[in-house]
Structure formats: C-alpha cells, structure tokens
Design a protein. Structure first.
Length: 125
C-alpha cells in the first residue's frame, strides 16, 4: 500500500487583515473613504495600530506613514474647526483634505510598487 503524497500548501496570498501589502493598501483606502463615510477612517487607524511592528521591512514604513497621516490630519482638522470662525480655518480645512489625499495616494502608489516610504515620519508629503 502506498502512502498518499502530500504536496506543500502553496503560500497563501496576503490577507487584508494580516500585516502586509494588502493591509496597508486597505488602510489608505479606508482613510480616503473617510471623507464619505467617517467611520472608515477609524477602522483604518485601528488596523494600522494593530499591525504596526508586525510586518517588518518596507511595509513597516507604511504603517508609520499611515499612522502619522491620520493623527496629523486629525490635528490639522481640529485646528481648522477652531479657526473656522475666521476665514483662514476654511482654507486650512481645504489644505488638510488635499494633504491627506496626496499622502494616501503616494502611500498607495509606493505600496503597490513594493517600495518603502523614504521619510515616514515627515509632516510634509
């Protein structure tokens, strides 16, 4: 009687819940959807905090970048609300939205290409 041969399982592709490329891309998309559905940004920040420090390599720079994008964007947003009594708050709100969108697009492009964020701790783009 011959024993059945078992073939090793092929590597399972990244899950969008596990630390990795798909999870980082999901976080950026959730941030962008946050402008339409506010709660999605909160889901994105939870994913980023849960998976930070677990991925390593180039993906880790994206978690740092995504976390800073959320928290700095929230700070800018709160300052915008406070300053909205003056016209400058409205202009700052528009600039904040553009800043978050640009950072998310940069993050998505670099994650798709498998590249690290050069300066993940920057306050700029």
């Amino acid at each position: 009687m011959t024993e059945p041969t078992t073939t090793p399982d092929p590597r399972r592709p990244d899950s969008w819940l596990e630390p990795g490329k798909l999870n980082v891309q999901l976080i950026y998309v959730l941030y962008l959807l946050g402008f339409l559905i506010g709660i999605s940004s909160l889901v994105g920040i939870v994913f980023a905090h849960l998976n930070r420090g677990k991925a390593g390599g180039w993906v880790e720079t994206h978690y740092t970048y995504a976390l800073r994008t959320f928290w700095i964007g929230l700070l800018y947003g709160l300052v915008s609300v406070i300053l909205s009594l003056a016209v400058v708050g409205v202009l700052l709100a528009v600039a904040t939205i553009v800043w978050v969108v640009v950072r998310c697009i940069i993050g998505l492009q670099k994650a798709s290409a498998g590249e690290a964020i050069a300066k993940p701790e920057t306050w700029w783009v």
